[in-house]
Design a protein around this ligand. Structure first.
Ligand SMILES: [Zn+2]
Length: 278
């Protein structure tokens, strides 16, 4: 077959003559397939007993020790190789619609059970469970169901805030997968992320004065840092600096979290300088 790009030889580009037009897309597709296979290997069906309808069901979970931590974002979102375990943290009963993050799933009072039955179970149409792995759409659906449940059962501020925070992490994970950088999709994800970050910030700041530590497994310093970082992400620089200073001057805080707080303070400083210059 004739070289598709033979006309370019006279322009000095003969070395590109055998380039494959769709190679990039094929490679990306293959890469995504590989990721899926690796993910299938590290998830399994975990059995649960629903505390609302008493039925047994299975939910996908990540095998312990199988995911390798690569880095942590400034808002403490853990980033792993090959898999985003956060997708598997919302547990949903496929029969009655009760949902919560794993750490909160079994803690439920009689009154909360009643509220969930009356406001969720009666209307819940059931959840199909035919996927080997959860994609981001599925994960977001499960998390939003968990958030609705937390509101209906009048759950703690911190439970609602933590669920919102993890939704922002999911949205960021989803964004990282968009390889050809489709701008409208990214913009829409960023907008949603900001909305949920605002809710997380609001909830954690209120919980700070009302709940006792640890909150969602985090000590007081970690929550202080997190509120500072959420304030920054939602455009409240002054508040952010106030919370971060508390971490930096705290006697109880270790150097690692102090360094993180300084790092975020620097981000704010740089952003402010950029704005001042323009
Ligand atoms: Zn149930």
């Amino acid at each position: 077959m004739k070289n598709l790009f033979s006309e370019l030889e006279q322009l000095g580009l003969s070395q590109l003559g055998n380039i494959q037009i769709y190679k990039q897309e094929e490679e990306e597709e293959r890469h995504l397939e590989e990721l899926k296979m690796k993910e299938t290997d590290i998830v399994y069906d975990r059995s649960y007993m629903c505390p609302v309808c008493d039925k047994q069901f299975k939910s996908k979970a990540v095998k312990t020790g199988k995911a390798r931590l690569k880095s942590t974002d400034t808002d403490l979102r853990p980033v792993y190789d090959y898999i985003d375990p956060i997708k598997y943290d919302a547990v949903v009963c496929p029969s009655c619609g009760y949902a919560a993050m794993n750490r909160f799933f079994t803690n439920i009072t009689d009154l909360q059970r009643k509220w969930i039955r009356e406001q969720i179970s009666v209307n819940f149409k059931g959840l199909a469970q035919d996927n080997d792995i959860y994609d981001y759409e599925e994960a977001l659906k499960r998390y939003k169901l968990a958030l609705i449940n937390a509101v209906v059962k009048k759950g703690k501020l911190s439970e609602k805030a933590y669920t919102c925070l993890k939704i922002t992490w999911l949205l960021r994970g989803k964004e990282a997968l968009i390889r050809n950088k489709e701008l409208p999709i990214i913009e829409s994800l960023k907008k949603q992320e900001l909305e949920f970050a605002k809710k997380a910030y609001e909830g954690f700041s209120q919980a700070f004065g009302k709940e006792s530590f640890p909150i969602c497994g985090m000590d007081e310093i970690t929550v202080t840092y997190l509120i500072g970082e959420l304030a920054r992400r939602t455009g409240n620089d002054e508040e952010a600096l106030r919370w971060l200073s508390k971490v930096i001057t705290s006697r109880a805080a270790n150097e690692r979290i102090k360094d993180r707080a300084r790092e975020v303070k620097n981000i704010i400083k740089k952003e402010q300088e950029k704005i001042a210059e323009s």
